[in-house]
Each structure stands twice: as structure tokens, then as C-alpha cells.
Design a protein. Structure first.
Length: 59
């Protein structure tokens, strides 16, 4: 992901409990097994872009 560091997960969410995992790496060196110091400058926040109402189908 590039700036502004956002991703839309709307289509991935399901009724019930959803778990979101955030993985942080500063360069490809971390991906290649040569870890360098990295991290976040602040807390991760989940912010809705717009309200969504979900009505489950009744079978």
C-alpha cells in the first residue's frame, strides 16, 4: 500500500465477528528475512468512509 495508507475492506467483511490484521514492514529487507527497525508512528485506526447497513437474507 502507498500513501495515503488506506485500504477498503468492505467487500471482505461478513456478518458476525471479523478480524483485521495489520502487518507493518519498512522495506523489502524485512520481507526477505533481514529485519530492520520498523513500526508505526501512531496507533492503527479503523475509520468508516461511509455508514453501511447490512440486512441478512432470511431463508
Amino acid at each position: 500500500m502507498w500513501a495515503p495508507y488506506t485500504v477498503d475492506v468492505t467487500d471482505l467483511l461478513r456478518l458476525g465477528v471479523n478480524t483485521v490484521t495489520v502487518r507493518v514492514a519498512n522495506t523489502l529487507a524485512n520481507e526477505r528475512g533481514k529485519p530492520l527497525p520498523s513500526g508505526l508512528l501512531g496507533p492503527v485506526a479503523l475509520r468508516p468512509l461511509r455508514p453501511v447497513t447490512v440486512r441478512p437474507d432470511r431463508a
